[in-house]
Write a protein that binds this ligand. Structure first.
Ligand code: BES
Ligand code: ZN
Ligand code: ZN
Length: 494
């Protein structure tokens, strides 16, 4: 899809579909829609008055061959209440427009940006939303006809907008939008295709073209380093584990005084639970247990192109968690890279094990600030459902920044506590700690476990287990992997 800024009046735009967002509040008072209504000789007022069109968020109404416009179709798209409006809604509305256009084979689309946000931000959000909406899974369908796609999206404004400002917004939106879709593709890949080795391969090929240096630590190197918890999780599988390390080319020389940010993403390419095997229901969804790793790769691909001032590295421990004669067993004890010993009481609590070694290694590499992202616990979905992801940690400054950005990223987070008292649940009789608590506060005790490996390095933990997958689809997105976290990490570091 080509996305471009279009100066001039929407009346003059020749296209298959011109989309015009309408706020709910405008349904009762048509004053702000007066000029559109007049141009279309009352068509807009009439669909609103007749209730054919209710401008609730994401509802649409198509007016064919509208009078007074050069567009073949006018699409009125509900933008919800103006008082509830926040920037992330624009991304969704642009997405709804693109999916509507796709479903009716409209190739050439124009989107009118209402006067509500700075032009560069509006352009960025619209571009991100458009690419997000255009994405389709079905990677392995053998079909005659490709799914429809929009060829061109032009962004229009009422006021005069500087071209440079609009184009910079679009550029950033395309970078982040594409990076998010890369993360979605990786998460949607079945585990027979996306093995840890294939994950590393893809990081190398995608990274090379975006401006990343990609280093992959192989099993023998992990053994030499003593990353025994990472190795322990991977031991049941024929597929060797990998530690993927991503650096931005040109950031080699770090300015003294600025902390190195490490993004650490859980990369379990399939989580069967291991010997503590999972029940079969929805086990297929565990091909997406590397969504945190995909978000880190996506964010690093975007950041390499956006060139942030902050120094950042990405680490993705990638493994497959399977039962076998070689697999770790409940009760086994391993010594982690940091030196702390762990009693593995449940082999299905594997994410925290691989993150423990990767986080400790990030500190060896000089990380002064850690953000980890993981489909870590089913408990987070019990607590927060599929609406908010969990955020916990010791780095309140970063947590606050992430929470503040939610209204722009559209990725919601809700903070959970990390009181010392929760630590008790992961005390072991035989080792320094055990990898599971009891059923209570499962998302928090998982985070308490990770905290042991961040020690005093400021650390933020994002538990995306409830939001990495959308099983229903939305008006602005197909179902499947969401790429959750890419935008959060990009905005944080930008
Ligand atoms: N990958 C799962 C968490 C998960 C569950 C992600 C559902 C997405 C959807 C994780 O490795 C896991 O199995 N966690 C266990 C921990 C338990 C054994 C303490 C869980 O949540 O049940
Ligand atoms: Zn598990
Ligand atoms: Zn898992």
């Amino acid at each position: 899809m080509r996305i471009e800024f279009q100066p001039g009046n929407y009346r003059e735009v020749v296209c298959d579909l011109l989309a015009y967002p309408v706020f709910e509040d405008e349904a009762s008072d048509l004053a702000s829609l007066k000029s559109l209504d007049q141009i279309t000789r009352g068509a807009v007022g009439s669909v609103i008055a007749s209730r054919e069109f209710k401008p609730e968020l994401h509802l649409t109404c198509r007016i064919c061959k509208p009078a007074g416009l050069k567009a073949r179709n006018l699409l009125l798209v509900g933008a919800g209440k103006k008082s509830n409006f926040h920037p992330a809604k624009l991304r969704e509305v642009a997405g709804t427009v693109v999916r509507n256009a796709k479903s009716r084979a409209c190739k050439n689309v124009a989107f009118f940006c209402r006067e509500i946000l700075p032009a560069s931000l509006a352009c960025r959000l619209a571009a991100e939303g458009a690419l997000y909406a255009d994405y389709e899974p079905g990677l392995y369908k053998t079909r005659d006809n490709e799914p429809e796609s929009v060829d061109t999206l032009r962004l229009l404004f009422e006021r005069r907008v500087a071209r440079g400002e609009a184009e910079e917004g679009i550029r950033r939106g395309i970078i982040t939008g594409e990076a998010t879709n890369h993360a979605r593709t990786l998460s949607n890949e079945p585990s027979n295709i996306l093995t840890p080795s294939q994950f590393a391969e893809r990081a190398m090929t995608m990274g090379a073209s975006a401006g990343l240096t990609v280093q992959v630590l192989e099993r023998d190197e992990l053994e030499k380093l003593g990353m025994n918890t990472l190795l322990a999780v991977g031991r049941g599988s024929e597929e060797p584990p990998k530690l993927i390390i991503l650096r931005i080319r040109g950031q080699e020389k770090r300015r003294a005084g600025s902390p190195l940010f490490a993004l650490v993403g859980k990369g379990v390419t399939f989580d069967s639970g291991g010997i503590s095997i999972k029940p079969p229901e929805k086990m297929e969804e565990m091909k997406g247990d590397m969504a945190g790793g995909a978000a880190v790769l996506g964010a690093m691909l975007a950041l390499a192109q956006l060139r942030p001032r902050r120094h950042v590295i990405g680490l993705i421990p990638a493994v497959e968690n399977l039962p076998s004669g070689k697999a770790i067993k409940p009760g086994d004890v391993v010594r982690s890279y940091l030196g702390k010993t762990i009693e593995i009481v449940n082999t299905d609590a594997e994410g925290r094990l691989i993150l423990a070694d990767a986080m400790a290694y990030a500190r060896t590499l000089g990380a002064g600030c850690i953000v980890d992202i993981a489909t870590l616990t089913g408990a987070i979905a019990i607590a927060l459902g599929h609406v908010n992801a969990g955020i916990l940690g010791t780095d309140q400054k970063t947590i606050d920044r992430i929470l503040k950005n939610c209204s722009v990223t559209g990725e919601k987070f809700w903070q959970l506590p990390l009181d010392d008292e929760y630590r008790k649940a992961i005390r072991s009789d035989i080792a320094d700690l055990k990898n599971v608590g009891n059923r209570a506060a499962g998302a928090i005790t998982a985070a308490k476990f990770l905290q042991e490996f961040a020690e005093d390095t400021p650390w933020t933990h994002l538990d995306i287990a409830g939001v990495d997958l959308d099983s229903d689809g939305r008006p602005f997105a197909c179902k499947g992997a969401t790429g959750y976290g890419v935008r959060t990490l990009v905005h944080l570091l930008e």
